[in-house]
Design a protein around this ligand. Structure first.
Ligand SMILES: C[S@@+](CC[C@H](N)C(=O)[O-])C[C@H]1O[C@@H](n2cnc3c(N)ncnc32)[C@H](O)[C@@H]1O
Length: 369
């Protein structure tokens, strides 16, 4: 890894909770993605390809080619890292999960790696300190009631601080990150309460309020960072999972036949079913290696589109788009071109039984003149 600068920007590691520090906690979360079965990943291809193409379109729109910064880079699966390293003088990857970023470097040809900076750091102004506060609250408490009271004080005082310091960038990429930001401190609190007191966080009567406040704060904090980071004439590529489904599964079963009837011509066209009468059994036979993952992915996408058309309640919203739009205009970030949406079949073989699919939306943003 010649020339690679591994910048450990986190500073002093947080004292361990459950034997973990901040980076270890993010590393352990990254294990889940790193451990995804290869057969599942085969279904991700259309999402990865679309995402990579959109990011390169955003790169085409940027005035300069000096710095590209990828926030929440993780494994960089949906990021065209090699092409970005080719096009820009410097590629900065930022994430608290250093191990995933090191793995992502395999995408970049050896001769271009000197252009890459890995920054193991918090992309927010609040998540790291908040996790530290949660840890202290749990350690100082002898009952869950006491801990929840302390969590309440933390919740009431939650504020954004100064955005992390990163260089101005011609292209800023934030892909599938924002909706994840609130989940990390929230699940840290949940794990700590469970490990120390054997109770779920839901037994705290303010847990929903806590999560909603984290979402609100994450949007405000992240949009400020995006507006701060992008150079004049630069572009922000922003994408996220805005909904997941199927959410209303008991009703889904009742509606399924109508959805399949409407999707029948598409499924016959794809060679999944022979006739309208055979659609249900053909759909039940998906994920049994009878067809290629690409064909099955298309079949799932058509079914999901039909469910979405039948009733939006089959999809649980993950990001308040209105709030995001408001924060962007407040910070002077304007939409460039049309947003685009597509499906990411994260857990394809569970799509009809659990929330296995995510609706991704992407925007290109620039600073208002
Ligand atoms: C869904 S993954 C992003 C996927 C990634 N863009 C890719 O192409 O594979 C979300 C990433 O955000 C990172 N993350 C979440 N909260 C963070 C924070 N406060 N600071 C730094 N990274 C964070 C996680 O470690 C994880 O790698």
């Amino acid at each position: 890894m010649a020339g690679l600068r591994l910048l450990l920007a986190v500073g002093a590691l947080l004292p361990p909770i459950l034997g973990q520090g901040l980076e270890e906690f993010f590393d352990a979360s990254g294990d889940i993605v790193r451990g995804t079965a290869p057969e599942t990943r085969l279904y991700w291809q259309s999402h990865l390809t679309t995402s990579r193409e959109r990011i390169l379109q955003a790169a085409d729109l940027a005035d300069g080619t000096r710095i590209v910064t990828v926030l929440g880079a993780g494994l960089g699966m949906e990021i065209p890292l090699a092409e970005l390293a080719r096009r820009f003088e410097r590629l900065i990857l930022v994430d608290l999960d250093g191990r995933s970023m090191l793995q992502s470097l395999r995408q970049v040809p050896t001769e271009l790696r000197a252009r890459v900076d890995l920054k193991v750091m918090d992309v927010t102004s609040f998540a790291g300190p908040l996790i530290e506060q949660i840890e202290q609250a749990v350690e100082m408490s002898s009952t869950s009631e006491e801990a929840f009271e302390r969590f309440g004080v933390i919740l009431d005082g939650l504020r954004a601080g100064d955005p992390p310091s990163l260089p101005k960038s011609d292209l800023v990429v934030s892909s599938l990150l924002l909706s994840e930001i609130p989940r990390y401190p929230f699940s840290y609190a949940a794990q700590a309460a469970e490990a120390r007191f054997g109770v779920t966080l839901q037994t705290w009567d303010r847990s929903d309020q806590f999560f909603r406040r984290l979402v609100e704060l994450s949007i405000e904090d992240h949009v400020e960072l995006l507006a701060e980071l992008v150079s004049p004439g630069g572009v922000v590529y922003f994408s996220d999972t805005i909904a997941r489904g199927l959410a209303d599964r008991p009703r889904a079963e009742a509606i399924r036949r109508a959805v399949e009837a409407r999707a029948a011509p598409d499924l016959i066209g794809l060679g999944i079913a022979d006739s309208a009468a055979g659609v249900t059994s053909a759909v039940n036979a998906l994920c049994r290696a009878k067809h290629s993952p690409a064909t099955e992915a298309e079949a799932f996408e058509r079914l999901l589109a039909q469910f979405r058309e039948a009733d939006g309640r089959f999809f649980e919203p993950l990001l308040p788009i209105g709030e995001l739009g408001d924060q962007c205009s407040k910070r002077g970030l304007e939409l460039r071109g049309d947003p685009e949406s597509w499906w990411w079949l994260a857990y394809p073989c569970k799509v009809l039984r659990e929330a296995g699919a995510f609706l991704v939306s992407s925007w290109m943003l620039e600073l208002r003149n």
